[in-house]
Design a protein around this ligand. Structure first.
Ligand code: ACO
Length: 428
């Protein structure tokens, strides 16, 4: 705490504390505003509202900076495994070999799912959206592991619940895919890495075990690492909102999955591929689509462009763009969608509409092409995002409880009818 900010309203002045974060981010703490002045602030979409103090992830949207617990995303993406990143995000420090080993053991231990839980998959129609299955099944886990209903943000109980969740989300996601394609499930193999095990559960067949190539495994690892956390985005804020009622971790992240599902958030990676495929097949020029996106009378948006926070570039998109080339080359794949994507990006970089609004490719723009290259089907893209985001959701849920944050309960300004008297139905 240091300086004060002064607000003058109705002829009176009020002082509020100013808080400066470790990277010089500033806020005016208005927690006492309503009590002192009778006013509330109005900020739909929360673009100027801080909802918490957090030490997990730092984003500087103007400079295109993203750091997990202080480590630059560029270094992490280049060198760390998803399990290492999960430990870092959950516990605040990079794990030692021994700590990582214990963490991996816990993940392996919790990978199988209860046979009765397995039966629930067959109750979904084949066409069921994988995000609906994921959200439902995450809630169901608590029926088979009642201990996760207890809310612990510290100690062994928390460690166990966190490992259980990180592990179960992978198994549930892979099983939902197997059910959707009408093939038998593949049980987890404890000897495989987090990524290789997921790919095995997705793609092995009874007579042909899928062994992920190092390129594919690295590509999936990169995808998960880049999605591991992103401070107070829509789904993470949802997890915190639900968790603030002391809802258990599984129900809180199940709500996060639902928030992530939307096309403006985690559903955008699917939208990007659909958009690129549409461009390829329609015969229309790229300028046609750019004009459509600029036309305010149309609802059309360029999927994978724009971000609430990044107003220069999204560092995750830069990393992905570089890796997508390498992965396609290493796998000897030629994806014409990548050519269209690059041409589209180049055009937007010369277009005043996009430049003046700071609309650059976000993480979703190139991630879909990477997922396609490693064989992930389109409707599983948001599920992949959810698996990746799990460490961030868990860590934010934990931090909320550790900080003993009050239940989330925004205010509103009522603009409806004033008091009126009820009229019985036969007199209307
Ligand atoms: N295509 C065309 N115009 C756009 C786009 C886009 N993708 N994104 C924003 N704009 C325009 C808006 O219409 C607005 O124009 P105006 O000033 O003339 O009214 C201006 O740019 C500013 O945009 P906002 O609406 O203020 O952006 P906001 O912060 O509310 O939304 C969002 C951010 C949701 C990401 C938005 O850019 C969008 O819908 N993008 C496409 C979907 C997408 O890629 N989502 C993934 C986001 S990243 C993630 O969740 C992992």
């Amino acid at each position: 705490m240091g300086d004060k900010a002064t607000l003058t309203v109705d002829g009176k002045s009020y002082d509020f504390d100013v808080f400066v974060g470790s990277e010089n981010e500033k806020c005016i703490d208005i927690q006492s505003l309503r009590d002192q002045t009778g006013y509330i602030t109005m900020d739909p979409g929360y673009g100027n509202t801080g909802s918490c103090y957090s030490s997990i992830t730092y984003v500087d949207g103007a400079k295109g900076i993203l750091r997990y617990r202080g480590y630059p995303i560029e270094q992490i993406a280049e060198q760390a495994s998803f399990m290492e990143v999960a430990c870092l995000i959950l516990y605040g420090e990079l794990p030692t070999q021994q700590q990582l080993g214990r963490f991996r053991d816990a993940i392996a231990e919790h990978a199988p799912i209860h046979t009765n839980l397995e039966h629930h998959f067959s109750g979904f129609p084949k066409s069921a959206p994988p995000m609906a299955i994921l959200s439902a099944m995450l809630n169901l886990v608590s029926c088979f592991h009642p201990e996760v209903l207890e809310v612990h943000s510290e100690g062994r109980a928390f460690n166990r619940t966190a490992a259980l969740l990180l592990s179960k989300v992978r198994t549930i996601s892979a099983f939902s895919y197997r059910m959707a394609i009408g093939k038998p499930i593949n049980h987890p193999n404890p000897n495989l890495s987090y990524c290789a095990n997921f790919l095995h559960m997705m793609f092995s067949d009874p007579y042909r075990e899928y062994i992920a190539s190092p390129t594919v495994e690295r590509a999936l690892n990169l995808f998960l690492v880049l999605h591991a956390d992103h401070e107070q985005n829509c789904s993470t804020s949802t997890v915190r909102m639900v968790g603030s009622s002391h809802a258990n971790l599984f129900s809180s992240v199940a709500a996060g999955v639902c928030a992530l599902w939307g096309p403006l958030h985690g559903g955008a990676n699917t939208g990007v591929i659909k958009m690129l495929e549409d461009i390829r097949s329609s015969g229309h020029s790229l300028d046609y689509y750019l004009d459509l996106a600029k036309d305010k009378s149309s609802e059309y948006k360029l999927m994978g462009f724009g971000h609430r926070v990044y107003k220069n570039f999204d560092p995750r998109s830069r990393i992905l763009k570089k890796r997508v080339y390498e992965v396609l080359e290493e796998l000897k794949l030629d994806d014409t969608l990548l050519d269209i994507a690059i041409e589209l990006e180049e055009k937007t970089l010369q277009d005043d509409y996009f430049l003046s609004r700071n609309l650059y490719p976000n993480v979703d723009f190139y991630s879909g092409i990477l997922l396609r290259a490693i064989g992930i089907p389109l409707d599983m893209f948001p599920v992949m995002f959810a698996i990746g985001r799990m460490p961030g959701w868990i860590s934010n849920w934990r931090e909320l409880l550790a900080h003993k944050q009050r239940i989330s309960r925004p205010r509103q300004i009522y603009t409806g009818e004033k008091l009126r008297q009820y009229v019985p139905i036969d007199e209307r």
